[in-house]
Design a protein. Sequence first.
Length: 562
Amino acid sequence: MSDWYKKMAFYQIWIRSFADGNGDGIGDLWGVMDKLEYLKDLGVDGIWFSPIYPSPNADFGYDISDYKNIHPDYGNLELFQRVLKKAHALGLKVIMDLVVNHTSDEHPWFLESRKGKDNPYSDYYIWRDQPNNWDSLFEGKAWEYDETRGQYYLHLFAKKQPDLNMDNPKVRQEVEDIMRFWLDMGVDGFREDVINFISKREGLPNGVPFLPAVNGMMHYKDGPHIYEYNRQFRKVCEGYDCFQIGEGPMTTLQSAQKYLCGENKCLDMMFSFDHMMADCFYTEYMHRPFSLLKFKKAISKWQYGLAGKGWNALYLENHDHPRIISRYGSEIFHKQSGKMLAACYLFLQGTPFIYQGQEIGMTNIRLGKIEHYEDVSSKTNYHRYHVKDSTARRLYRIHLSSRDSARTPMQWDEGPNAGFCPEGVKPWFYVNHNHPGINVQRQQQDPDSILQFYKTCLRLRKQSRCLIFGDYKEHFPKDPEVFMYERSLDNIHYLIVCSFARLAIPFRVPKAIEGKMAELVLGNYEHGKKSPHAGKSGDNVVRLMSTGFLRPYECRVYRWKS
């Protein structure tokens, strides 16, 4: 298959909060249709749709009740085909979420399976007379008793998300049929949800508890038939010019290499989680102070580890994580840190993914009661961990960690409901109160905005083979305040300098490049009278010296020829 995805940047749409086109307070495909030109102007090359299938929304789309249709809240298949056609006409690829570790408990397969052992769907799911000791990642233990069938079913996530039995060849055939349905329609690939969980160890032995919500994972993460089953699905894609990116919770570099390289290759990219653990332990709810050293170590491990072997998926935000400025940046230095965070990852080797609202610097929402949150995992965490803490302290942890912070309505303008839905219509979820100051309309009119900076970064990346295919080298890996790395290809070099400090700090360059004449092609502060947002070739040339200072959350991108 071709590797067109390496030159692209993708935009993730969590449709329920993106844009309401029919005026009912819920984002939909009409809204997407209306915003496609905006995405094209941003500079992305493709769209990743989080699940838009029919679903009871126990986990907002990741509990699917029909894999071959569109949720009526979002439109219908005819409307999706219109969106797909328009996206392709604009030069935008479209990839779908493929969620096949589990379905909704309202899926027809499960409704039939729970009737008993003597029907064709009996073994589509994992049933046992007695449960083992595994934990669910979302809701208590991993087994739920079903009165109708008189047995327990496995659910690694929410109770309404029963796990499919991928050892059943009929289930794998169903997955192949689902993939062909969408590929035949014209979609360009799949993001495959928790794809490293789909093969469970035979006999489902008890786990060894050592952390909450992890007990049992050793028996289903990278299970015994994981590469066999994924290669089977890979063969479906070989008949189409598409690509596959996997999500692999707790995936190490070593395990990812097996999915991406060699005889077991079955994916084009894998989302890693290591760099998202720089301010927490295992989960965002177990918060720790942000560590740039931890962040840099994770980034460089994957950059070096996949160099010449696989291809990185680059991201800082998605539907499962709180907003990055609120985590790794600063809401006080909102504009500066928002731009710096963009530069720190968009120029790495790999394919960048931008989550809706990230390009304008949307931040975490802070709600006053746990009842105001919708996310099932946030509610579970609130009631499971640190229960002896005060209500205020527990809510503070939710403010830091909730997935709902990434799911507030997109902030299009400063008007009522942030332009997400019409005035007088109640949005499905709370709009962040800061939308009058942080919105697309305002930033489109401001040449110095975070939005304009993202456009410049994407344009610069697209124009440079070095920034796409060049080698990666980190400088000063032990520096606790600056992330500095170099990209090089043939005789072209880029130096990306990113300060994560809240104060001005000394600036130095590696001795190997000290004294070189370099062009400052990008920065988030004005240098002299010239803003280096989009420096033209030949101007703003400086000598790289180990003197001077970086201002709070400053970033600079230098270019030179060797």
